[in-house]
Ligand binder design. Structure first.
Ligand code: PRP
Length: 187
């Protein structure tokens, strides 16, 4: 089946994504206007965040540094154990700086919980998260603080692909966010 043939429906078009990223960039730029003077590091979590962080960062109007980490969770996609390991650490020294973790999606919340705990040991001035998508029905740990963190959309508990999100490493580069047909992953 072709890539597009595997898509049940489009959840967010390129235009809708672009509009949301602009809104988020404006809010982040405003909230970090003063903090950015003390040093702001955006940390993209690979691979899912690649498009979101590149779009978001280019629309920020405040100075910032870009860095990346790659993580992997144990267990399968549907049954996560909560254990996370570092595949690649970031290069930046975040001591005394402000950190904004940039994620494509929060599902169970275990990855973000692990990251928040790990990065806190490096003594940054602050840690917050900017996540594009959140699946409230799947969350196992409460890692999101509405007063501190930034979020694009709450989404239904479906298999979502595109704009960085994959199924078995496919579909990441689709420019929209789509719902995958069940027959693709229920084989
Ligand atoms: C995805 C996503 C988050 C994590 C969220 O990464 O990018 O990092 O899962 O899931 P959680 O809230 O249940 O921990 P994934 O492990 O699929 O790697 P990828 O970004 O390389 O696709």
């Amino acid at each position: 089946m072709s890539e597009l043939g595997c898509i049940e429906s489009v959840l967010y078009t390129e235009e809708v994504i672009d509009q949301k990223v602009r809104e988020l960039a404006e809010i982040v730029s405003e909230q970090y206007k003063e903090k950015a003077k003390e040093g702001l590091v955006l940390v993209g979590i690979l691979k899912g965040s690649i498009f979101f962080i590149s779009d978001l960062a280019r629309r920020l109007t405040i100075p910032h540094q870009l860095d990346f980490m790659a993580l992997s969770s144990y267990g399968s996609k549907t049954v996560t154990t909560g254990a996370v390991r570092i595949i690649m650490d970031m290069r930046a020294d975040i001591y005394n700086k402000h950190v904004l973790i940039v994620e494509d999606i929060v599902d169970s919340g275990y990855t973000l919980q692990f990251l928040q705990n790990l990065l806190a040991t490096r003594k940054p001035r602050s840690i917050a998260t900017c996540v594009f998508l959140r699946k409230p029905e799947r969350m196992k740990v409460q890692v999101f603080d509405e007063t501190r963190d930034f979020m694009g959309f709450d989404i239904p508990n479906e298999w979502i692909v595109g704009y960085g999100l994959d199924y078995d490493e496919r579909f990441r580069s689709l420019p929209f966010v789509g719902i995958l047909k069940r027959e693709v992953y229920e084989k």
